[in-house]
Design a protein around this ligand. Structure first.
Ligand code: CP
Ligand code: NVA
Length: 309
């Protein structure tokens, strides 16, 4: 990845960019565990704009910047003038004068795209309604750690066709991992994302399957992924969604269709008894909390690549 690049969508990355991120993330993880300092961003400052809640993203980006020798500023959308209507274009141009990189978590994906258009410093998508690339790249690292490879594996996603589904489709397509998603009727993934992912998959030989049948999707899968049924901003739909999504729960019965060595992943926060049973979550806690930890290492790699040099 070139210094100065934005990270808005995995679809914009080359397969080599993805590999570079994963290799550097593993290297930084090893250095961190061995206590070897790695101040690749000494003297640099990351701005972190949050218009939605966060536990993992906020702490892992902030700590990641400290470990790279830089600083991080938490900027709540509520406290910025942005929250009172200052245009994104102005906010981006102003913050670019102070900061070396900006991470944004927001609602509409077009807000991040507009911010990036006006920003002179790299912009990292820390979740929009459409995409969550940092999480999906992290999931690739975690799968490689647990399965030893990526290309040729099968990932099944079961649940809402949401930001995680979209970024996982892009991630799987880039690395040649077969992907199947099972969503209820009316909750399918975004059509443009599906088209883009299919184009990427055609280059790497990955298959992309969309179904409404969870067992079909999970059949012989090496990795089974789920996510909340009501994402941030959809809280009012929670009750109605729970009824529709009930057959899409990741439980023992569903997992019986997967490969017997399959791992289960969840970006967290998880809602036990809804998209995943407590029993399944706890039996894959080693993978799921590695996944949470790996946000730190992958985002450090992304920041070092786009903000370094
Ligand atoms: N998985 C994830 O992005 O978690 P947070 O919402 O806590 O940042
Ligand atoms: N799909 C979830 C992911 C949370 C990390 C949401 O957008 O709320």
């Amino acid at each position: 990845m070139k210094s100065g690049m934005d990270l808005i969508s995995i679809h914009d990355l080359s397969a080599d960019d993805v590999e570079e991120i994963l290799v550097l993330a593993s290297d930084l993880k090893a250095r961190q565990k061995a206590g070897i300092p790695h101040p690749l961003l000494a003297g640099k400052t990351l701005g972190m704009i949050f218009e939605k809640s966060s536990t993992r993203t906020r702490v892992s980006f902030e700590v990641g910047m400290y470990q790279l020798g830089g600083q991080a500023l938490f900027l709540s959308g509520r406290d910025l003038q942005l929250g009172r209507g200052e245009p994104i274009a102005d906010t981006a141009r102003v913050l670019s004068r102070y900061l070396d990189g900006i991470m944004i978590r927001t609602y509409g994906h077009e807000r991040i795209e507009e911010f990036a258009r006006y920003s002179d410093v790299p912009v990292i998508n820390a979740l929009s309604d459409l995409l969550h690339p940092c999480q999906a790249l992290t999931d690739l690292l975690t799968i490689r750690e647990h399965k030893g490879r990526l290309a040729g594996l099968k990932m099944a996603y079961v649940g809402d066709g949401n930001n995680m589904t979209h970024s996982l489709m892009y991630a799987a397509a880039k690395v040649g991992m077969h992907f199947a998603a099972a969503t209820p009727v009316g909750y399918e993934p975004n059509e443009t994302v599906v088209q883009n992912a299919r184009a990427d998959a055609a280059e790497t030989g990955a298959s992309m399957t969309l179904t409404h049948d969870p067992k079909d999707a999970v059949q012989d899968a090496d990795v089974v992924v789920t996510d909340t049924w009501a994402s941030m901003g959809q809280e009012a739909e929670h009750g109605a969604r729970t009824a529709v999504f009930r057959p899409y729960q990741v439980n023992r019965d569903l997992l019986a269709a997967a490969d017997r060595r399959a791992v289960v992943m969840h970006c967290l926060p998880a809602y036990r008894g809804e998209e995943i049973t407590a029993e399944v979550l706890e039996s894959f806690a080693d993978v799921i909390f590695d996944e949470a930890e790996n946000r730190l290492h992958v985002q450090k790699a992304i920041m070092a690549l786009v903000m370094g040099g």
